[in-house]
Design a protein. Structure first.
Length: 135
């Protein structure tokens, strides 16, 4: 028997996935900055690392917003994450791995923004019905 998807649990899971990806982004950008031979590359990746510091802070705030049921702030923090990671994209143009991490964080944050609207009651969605319709 299939179980209905619990929207709150799914939302927390996505926030945690985004946080894990962002932690990897912070690690990689810091690693590249420290190992950079030229000052321009070091400066770009240090700036990207600072973007990820902001991303991790916004995700921590998103988790608090989720826990308190403040879905408007959850959505806002998800949107801030997207902007900060896109800022990093303009600096990390020569690291395919960082760009992939950035895309993962943006994708999961877009899901956070959408789920925040569902949690706030802006949309009605029956995951259980969709599960059976998909069979």
């Amino acid at each position: 028997a299939a179980e209905a998807v619990d929207l709150r649990s799914a939302s927390l899971y996505v926030i945690n996935v985004a946080h894990g990806n962002a932690t990897e982004g912070k690690f990689q950008t810091t690693r590249i900055a420290r190992g950079a031979g030229d000052p321009e590359t070091r400066q770009r990746y240090n700036a990207c690392s600072k973007d990820y510091t902001d991303v991790l802070l916004s995700l921590a705030r998103a988790k608090k917003s989720y826990s308190s049921g403040n879905y408007s702030d959850l959505k806002s923090n998800g949107a801030i994450v997207i902007k900060d990671v896109q800022d990093c994209d303009t600096k990390a143009t020569d690291s395919t791995y960082v760009l992939l991490i950035n895309q993962d964080v943006v994708d999961t944050s877009r899901i956070i923004v959408i789920l925040a609207d569902y949690l706030a009651g802006k949309y009605w969605f029956d995951f259980y019905a969709v599960y059976y319709l998909g069979k």
